[in-house]
Design a protein around this ligand. Structure first.
Ligand code: DMJ
Length: 474
């Protein structure tokens, strides 16, 4: 602890200069570690999952204040169980996991609804594939193939970038009429498929899924600007960028995440080259040292000029990627900044303007990314400060957001005004990463697993390298 503080102070003095004193990160890590245990998290998962089952079974989402269910569309997709399964399985809640498996096998996807391709990919297809990875039940794989086949028509665009939504029954596609022009998607919606579609190709031995995902990712990468940056919104039919900001935040985050992760499981020279280029451009253009702290700004894709000095809670996934990619120095300084922001409010606001020192969007859905990164950094460095961070996150979330049924989101991280919503990724990700980051968790090692962006885990040993090229068509 003392060493940690000394290092921070030294770094801060070096980067700030004497004439212009800048604040350096002030850490309030618990000195005495009565760390939370994995049983603490397990019992909260049990309690929260029982609340979903009792009050919202069959619905997409639990509303934890009113004790009701809520659906994303006119008909339920029943998303929470798909997202919860891999956490239940990992925690050894076998009875509950079996119940969800039976629910998944009984699910009929012949539904006349348009679903957002990005969201159902990471939550439903990712959840089903993780269910197969864990259970090895061939009927679950059939279900995943069925779902993947219903998604595929979305990729039939002139650019290969998927349309925003697809009708699960008819395969008809739709743009995102609610949030802009017809056929425009953001970069994450365009290119977050390599992992799930690669796994689907591997298990089905049909390369068409991976090839569709690869075409979409390279369609984004190949449209990078002269200085090597992609924009954030693109027309899937013309391939024109409709917005030219570039960043790590929501809307672009998982495009980068999948260039790195997919290549870990399915080495592909084209994707590896795209990742290497992307990482160097992130470090060159997004990286922004401000008042002694390490940030990643929004920039103009053509000039690299900083257009907005902000951070969203979603980009807290990046220290985990940096550390996994071997860039520990940047991972740790980035993580310090995230910890500093958490400590300032006792939760992360959805978006914070670091130059202005003000909150832009004050809500939080108890998102997982900062927990994920602290967990990864702990496993990689074994530095106990990351356990202390996890402990502070756990304590704060329990203080602010635990209620009679489960946990609730907040409208405002300052006032902690509650919101009647529990995101499905609280089951899939937030509780899972807390569990895996518990001080007494000794079995699970990140080097043996790959997580999709919704924290659904896959065991690396299930994918034989010498089979990858044939099955994925690389
Ligand atoms: C999750 O649904 C996924 O991690 C996605 O990639 C973006 N972040 C949310 C949770 O914050």
């Amino acid at each position: 602890m003392k060493y940690f503080l000394f290092l921070l102070m030294t770094l801060s003095i070096l980067s700030c200069g004497e004439s212009e004193p800048e604040p350096f990160p002030v850490f309030h890590l618990p000195e005495e570690p009565p760390f939370y245990s994995k049983e603490d998290v397990r019992s909260e998962m049990k309690r929260s999952w029982n609340a979903y089952k009792e009050h919202a079974w069959g619905y997409d989402v639990l509303k934890p204040l009113s004790g009701q269910g809520y659906n994303w569309y006119d008909e339920s997709l029943g998303i929470s169980p798909f997202d919860a399964y891999s956490t239940l399985a990992l925690m050894g809640m076998d009875e509950e996991a079996k119940e969800v498996e039976a629910y998944a096998l009984a699910k009929d996807w012949d539904q006349d609804i348009y679903v957002q391709i990005f969201e159902v990919n990471i939550r439903i297809l990712g959840g089903l594939l993780a269910m197969y990875d864990h259970s090895q039940n061939p009927a679950v794989l059939d279900k995943a193939i069925d779902f993947g086949n219903r998604m595929l028509p979305a990729f039939d665009s002139p650019t290969g970038i998927p349309y925003h939504s697809v009708n699960l029954r008819t395969g008809a596609v739709a743009g995102n009429h609610g949030e802009g022009e017809g056929n425009v998607v953001n970069t994450a919606q365009a290119a977050t498929y390599l992992l799930e579609f690669g796994i689907l190709s591997y298990y089905s031995e049909d390369p068409k899924y991976y090839q569709a995902a690869k075409k979409a990712s390279l369609a984004i990468f190949n449209r990078r600007s002269d200085i090597g940056l992609p924009g954030d919104y693109i027309n899937v039919e013309t391939g024109e960028w409709t917005n030219t900001w570039s960043y790590l935040q929501a809307g672009m985050d998982s495009y980068y995440e999948y260039l790195f992760k997919s290549n870990q499981l399915f080495p592909d020279p084209d994707i590896a080259a795209a990742w290497d280029t992307s990482l160097s451009k992130i470090n060159k253009y997004y990286a922004d040292t401000f008042q002694g702290r390490q940030y990643y700004a929004c920039v103009d894709m053509h000039t690299g000029e900083k257009v907005k000095r902000s951070m969203s809670l979603y980009d807290a996934f990046f220290p985990a990627i940096q550390a996994s990619a071997g860039d520990l120095a940047n991972a740790e300084s980035n993580m310090e900044t995230w910890y500093w922001l958490w400590d300032k409010y006792g939760l992360l606001p959805t978006r914070y303007l670091y130059e202005a020192d003000s909150i832009e969007y004050a809500n939080s859905e108890l998102n997982p990314e900062i927990v994920e990164s602290a967990f990864f950094l702990y496993q990689i460095t074994e530095n106990e400060n990351y356990l202390k961070m996890l402990d502070e996150f756990w304590t704060d979330i329990n203080d602010c957001c635990k209620n009679d049924l489960a946990y609730h989101a907040v409208e405002n991280v300052v006032t902690k005004e509650p919101k009647d919503y529990l995101a499905t990724y609280f089951y899939a990700e937030t509780l899972k990463y807390f569990f895996l980051g518990a001080h007494d968790q000794k079995e699970f090692r990140i080097e043996n697993h790959i997580f999709n962006t919704e924290a659904h885990p896959f065991q690396r040993e299930h994918f034989e390298l010498n089979e990858v090229n044939r099955r994925l068509g690389i």
